[in-house]
Ligand binder design. Sequence first.
Ligand code: PLP
Length: 467
Amino acid sequence: MVPTTTDEPTTSARPADEGGTPAPRLSQERILRTEVPGPRSRELHARRVANVPTGFGIVLPAFIERAEGGILLDVDGNQLVDLASGIAVTSVGASHPAVVAAVKAQADAFTHTCFMVTEYDAFVEVAARLNAIAPGSHDKRTALFTTGAEAIENAVKISRSYTGRTEVVVFDHAYHGRTLFTLGMTAKEAPYKSGFAPFPDHIHRAPYAYPLHWRTGPENCVAEALAAFEELLERVGPERVAAAVIEPIQGEGGFIVPPEGFLAGIREITARHGIVMVADEIQAGLARTGTMLAVDHEGIVPDLVCTAKALAGGMPLSAVTGRAEIMEAVGAGGLGGTYAGNPLSCAAAVAVLDLLTSDPSWLTKARRIEELIRRELEPLVEQTGIVAEVRGRGAMMAVEICHPGTNEPDAPTTKEIATACHEAGVVALTCGTHGNVLRLLPPLVIEEDLLLDALEVLTAAIRKAAA
Ligand SMILES: *Cc1c(COP(=O)(O)O)cnc(C)c1O
């Protein structure tokens, strides 16, 4: 489909679709009025370069004026298709009216008290909701923080406090954040860790079950990865290990979906050794993969679950939810933070959790997105030779690009494809330890025609790169 190039107004009335999503005011179509990025964006970007350090990388240097549904409107009037959701954050849409209304009402009432000074019920409400969402019938508690990395750091603190042990086990390709401890847990060197050493000690890394690249073949992946995990525990001394922190589907590492049995194996082994199993659901959690949490696909019950990104519809909020006896191991004053569980973020989260839990169509939408992506992109494996695999779950899908007919990562071609998408007005991201994975994270509210249009752009870019 050729994008509309028109001077028509960009707003149009649309009927509400099922699932109670209100009609968007921004027309849900890709529109190119200038090249991307356009002249106004380039002007603003020059000002950014003069004022903001280069350390903040940039995927697509277009400045956004408004966003709605699956569309980002830039300052040059281009309507870009959002296949990123601000990295899996705006799952319910960039400014869902229920979230906006909740934030406005809370801002009118009060913006901050600090939950450690005086209390407010929105914090408790989010905690109660997450206690109900996390798997397992045991008694639970939830602690709220601001960023994903903060949730992970606190999950480690809580696990150490509960077990009286020091060591933490993480996995190859893991991403847990950018603070110094979570950076130590994160696997990828450049650009995340370059120049920031030394990292904290007491972190050990085990292989993650990554079937496409498993040396002895995908059929051996689960058994050998679990054996390697046990060997690592034996080396470290399982009685010294406080926590094993694992992404049930890896995010920045390449949208790696472990084969069935891997997470269950990690659950069984950690339980046997009294090690706290922490599921990092920060990217995959909260309806993104077609279940409320990614661990629900296999019915795994972790001890602690970390959530963040999609939790508050774009407001900063993160959580650690887990077994009451573990969460209660920290004494009063041991957890917290000035902004932890900010009232505006909590109000937004109650609105988001209301949406996600009151209407199963959110999960259906995620699954439908997977169906469409597989239908459009899987044929490229045979047809182009450079698509090694289309994988993922729900609205968390990836295309791994390799040299033709091999499993050798091809980062330059991946970058070329992403750039072609950006120039055509499609915001696609890359990821992967070797930078050779295109990842698709559309908001769950994206309309099917818009998604198909973006997939057509992506498909054309992949075909062109393969030719
Ligand atoms: C994004 C992410 C984090 C870190 O969250 P921040 O809010 O950026 O600190 C941790 N774990 C996973 C799996 C993530 O995707």
